[in-house]
Design a protein around this ligand. Sequence first.
Ligand code: FA5
Length: 348
Amino acid sequence: MDIQSTIKKLERELNEALVSVDKIEALQDVKAAFVGKKSELSGLMRHMKDIPNEEKPAFGQTINAAKQRFNTMIESRKKAIQAKRLARKLEQEKIDVTLPAPDFTRGAQHVLTRITESLEDLFIGMGYLVKEGPEIETDELNFEKLNLPKDHPARDMQDSFYISDETLLRTHTSPVQVRTMLEYGGTKPVKIICPGTVYRRDDDDATHSHQFMQVEGLVVDKDTTLSDLKGTLLALARHLFGEDRKIRLRPSYFPFTEPSFEVDVTCAGCDGAGCATCKQTGYIEILGAGMVHNNVLEAAGYDSTQYQGFAFGVGVERLAMLKYGIDDIRHFYTNDVRFLSQFKGELS
Ligand code: FA5
């Protein structure tokens, strides 16, 4: 047998096979056929027994050298296929960095959060602390300690969601006043604002929601007067509605303050002259306020002969509606992006 010519023939066939192979999987088949255990090349070893002893080493080396060469040829084809595959992938996944970036929409804080935080900034600047309380509240803190005993007719002013006889969803942020005064033990002055969500069994309509937000303010100290309250509310109104706003206090009734007031701000639409927005009155109501009732101070451990206080509670949705001319409170809660996306950037 002429081993050299057999190897040459196999090498030629391998070359031809490699040229037509362009997939790694197919290359494995070629490899098995030309250098695998059942290949013709491996089969040549079986002729060893017919070879004279002195030629046996050369015979074996020739076959091994051929096997090595064949493996090198297969390996280099493999590299070429892989390189081609990579080049194709890079071409397909090419990114054109000169293309304009796709538009993306930047989110923003909810308008009610922005108003609340803006009020927090204003009051922190005036030395107030921000205090929060639970939304599930006791009847005692939501009503009783605010001078509203169980059978008090003024409880009807705030129709409530009761959870049990003694617990309810808080109807206003005023219980946080009581919590703070109790925490301070009747000995320290209090200067806080309390933002938060409150709940009432009001029927939802354009100006009422069963869930809404309030910001409460409370100051208790030894020389607190009604003019302090008025100056504070004027600062609040001007912060939100502009430096030229004026306010007026109208007598009103809350069980937890005496005297009590409803506070109006001059209408931004007509500057106080009277228009449709303010129903020709020149003023728009923004909050309830008053001097803290002696019973409330005493129930929270403060000596009412030593301490006086003022308090106010404002509805955040109503402020936002006035500020931006929004005609329906339900817009705040239906999450229509077209509505919400109007309120971005600085409060203006
Ligand atoms: C109170 O809740 C008092 N706790 C406020 C207060 C605090 C007075 C401290 C004195 C001293 P009133 O029920 O008026 O008061 O509610 C306050 C504000 O919440 C209203 O001026 C209004 O802006 C808003 N508000 C009341 N009910 C609703 C409602 N159903 N939906 C949206 N906003 C409401």
